[in-house]
Design a protein around this ligand. Structure first.
Ligand SMILES: Nc1ncnc2c1ncn2[C@@H]1O[C@H](COP(=O)(O)OP(=O)(O)OP(=O)(O)O)[C@@H](O)[C@H]1O
Length: 347
C-alpha cells in the first residue's frame, strides 16, 4: 500500500550547515493495517509521515502509494492522489470561523462538490464520529476530544484509503485518548482505511497498532509486530519507550527486598530477573520446572498481563537465591523454553 524506499531528508540552514533529518529510511505499510511510527521528539517522525503525502519532498528516495511513485507525479496528479490520503494533527487545525459541519464539508467544497451531495456525505460522517448534536457549534464551543473528532471526520470526507495521524492524541487527556483511539480502530475496521500513527507514546502503539517502527535520530532502530517489540525489545530507544508503559523501573519496595536478601544470603547469590513471554507460546510451567530441576526457589515480586491486539504479553520480576553456576543453568533452562529473560543489574 505504502512503500517508502531509501528516504533521506537533508535540511540546510541559512548558514549552509546540512542536517540529515532522515537517513536511508525504508518502510512497507500493508493495506488495511494500523502502523505505528514511534520515537522521541526530534527523531524525524513528522518529517517522515509528511513524506507519505509529499507535504515534505524527500531529498532522495521514492514514495510509492498504491503502486504510484508520488515523487514522479505532476502537481495536478499529486493533488488528486493527496485526496486519497487524509491527515489529522495534534492541534486539530480547524477553522474557528466555521461550524463543525462546515469544517468537515471544506474538503468537498474545495473540489466543487454540489451542496446536496456534500450533505449526503457529511451527515453520516458526523454521526460516525458521534457529533450529531454538535454539528452547528463552532470549534471554540468544543472539548479537545470533540475537536479531534471533527478533524477525523474532515479527514474522511474524501473517502481516503489512508489516514495519517501526526500525534493526534498528544494534546488529549488519557481518557479522551482511549476514546479517540477506539474511534480510529473502528474506522480502520469498518471502512478499511489504512492508518499510520505517529506518536512518542508507547501506550498509543500498544492500544491500536499491529506493527511498528522505532525511530532514533533519523534512522529506524527496530521494527516488527508490536507484541514482539514489547516482549523482546532490542534497542535502548525501544526499551526506554516501553519503560513509559511497562513501569519497569523498580519500585523502592523491590529494591528493599533485594537488599534484605543480599544481607542474608550474600551479594553474589542473589539475582533479580525480568521475564517476558507471549501467551500461547510458552506452554510449560517453566518456573516450577526450573525450581524442581535445580532445587531453587523463585520469589515473584511483580507480575503484569497485557492484552495487545488480542495476544497476551506477560511479565514477571523474580528474585532468585542460588549460587552462580546453578543460577546460570536455571536461566538457560528458562530461556530455552521461549521466555525472554533479562538480568536486572545495578540494583
Ligand atoms: N524545516 C526544517 N528545517 C531544519 N530542520 C528541521 C526542519 N524540520 C525539522 N527539522 C529538524 O529535523 C529533526 C526531525 O524533526 P521532526 O519534526 O521530523 O521530528 P519528530 O520526531 O516529529 O519530533 P517532534 O515530535 O518533536 O515533532 C529535528 O531535529 C528538527 O529540528
Amino acid at each position: 500500500m505504502i512503500k517508502l524506499e531509501h528516504i533521506t531528508q537533508t535540511y540546510v540552514s541559512p548558514d549552509g550547515t546540512a542536517f540529515d533529518a532522515l537517513k536511508d529510511v525504508s518502510i512497507h505499510i500493508r493495506s488495511g493495517e494500523i502502523f505505528g511510527i514511534i520515537g522521541r521528539s526530534g527523531a524525524g517522525k513528522s518529517t517522515l509521515v509528511r513524506c507519505i503525502n509529499l507535504l515534505n519532498r524527500p531529498t532522495s528516495g521514492s514514495v510509492i502509494v498504491d503502486g504510484q511513485d508520488l515523487t514522479k507525479l505532476s502537481d495536478d496528479n499529486l493533488r488528486k492522489v493527496r485526496r486519497s490520503i487524509g491527515m489529522i494533527f495534534q492541534h486539530f487545525n480547524l477553522l474557528s470561523s466555521r461550524t463543525v459541519y462546515d469544517n468537515i464539508a471544506l474538503p468537498l467544497e474545495l473540489t466543487g462538490t454540489p451542496k446536496d451531495q456534500i450533505r449526503e456525505k457529511i451527515t453520516p460522517l458526523i454521526h460516525l464520529v458521534g457529533l450529531d448534536e454538535h454539528a452547528n457549534k463552532y470549534p471554540s464551543q468544543l472539548s479537545g476530544g470533540q475537536k479531534q473528532r471533527v478533524g477525523i471526520a474532515r479527514a474522511l470526507a474524501n473517502d481516503p484509503k489512508v489516514l495519517l495521524s501526526d500525534e493526534a492524541t498528544s494534546a488529549l487527556d488519557p481518557e479522551t485518548t482511549v476514546a479517540t483511539l477506539e474511534l480510529l480502530k473502528r474506522i480502520n475496521q469498518e471502512l478499511g482505511v489504512t492508518i499510520v500513527m505517529i506518536t512518542h507514546e508507547m501506550n498509543v502503539v500498544k492500544q491500536i497498532c499491529g506493527r511498528v517502527v522505532v525511530m532514533n535520530k533519523g534512522e529506524i532502530v527496530e521494527e516488527g509486530d508490536v507484541i514482539d517489540i514489547f516482549a523482546r525489545p532490542q534497542s535502548e530507544t525501544t526499551r526506554a519507550l516501553i519503560g513509559q508503559v511497562m513501569a519497569r523501573d523498580l519500585p523502592q519496595s523491590i529494591v528493599d527486598t533485594v537488599n534484605a536478601s543480599r544481607a542474608l544470603n550474600g551479594r553474589d547469590n542473589v539475582h533479580l530477573l525480568h521475564l517476558s513471554f507471549i501467551g500461547g507460546e510458552v506452554t510449560e510451567p517453566v518456573i516450577s520446572l526450573a525450581s524442581r530441576e535445580f532445587g531453587i526457589n523463585f520469589n515473584i515480586l511483580r507480575g503484569t498481563v497485557d492484552d495487545l491486539q488480542g495476544r497476551t504479553l506477560g511479565t514477571l520480576t523474580l528474585l532468585v537465591v542460588a549460587p552462580g553456576e546453578t543460577y546460570r543453568k536455571a536461566v538457560e533452562f528458562i530461556r530455552d523454553r521461549g521466555v525472554l529473560v533479562e538480568e536486572i543489574q545495578n540494583v
